[in-house]
Design a binder for this molecule. Structure first.
Ligand code: AMP
Length: 110
């Protein structure tokens, strides 16, 4: 298995886990861009959002909303990001949703 996030799901690589159920795993980003920076990933491997069924993506967003409340970033706001492909800045080819919050952010991003 050469997918980094599949190896995290399998427990072969440690992660700072914040949530897990039968469909998704959520863990803290190793290089946080804000006080709250969590990655929500499906346990089933999809290279990107292009391959994933809509209900999987919707479920990931639902979990991200719950984690935003748990992290206390729901009141001030947060950002959900799915980088896709090379020009989209996707470095890990396993679908992941970034939950980023806890500081003010500009739009558009750099
Ligand atoms: P992206 O650039 O959208 O593909 O995001 C990949 C994210 O995975 C980056 O924000 C990395 O910091 C993060 N990352 C890479 N390796 C790990 C790891 N072992 N544990 C947690 N986060 C990681």
């Amino acid at each position: 298995m050469n997918c980094l996030f599949c190896r995290i799901i399998a427990g072969e690589i440690p992660s700072n886990k914040v949530y897990e159920d039968e469909r998704v795993l959520a863990f803290r980003d190793i290089s946080p861009q804000a006080p709250t920076h969590i990655l929500i990933i499906p346990k089933e491997h999809y290279d990107s959002v292009l391959e994933a069924p809509a209900d999987t993506v919707a479920y990931m967003v639902d979990i991200a909303k719950k984690l935003a409340v748990q992290e206390g970033v729901d009141k001030n706001g947060f950002r959900l990001v799915i980088n896709t492909g090379d020009e989209g800045g996707q470095s890990v080819k396993h679908l992941h949703l970034h939950l980023i919050g806890g500081r003010s952010m500009q739009w558009p991003p750099g």
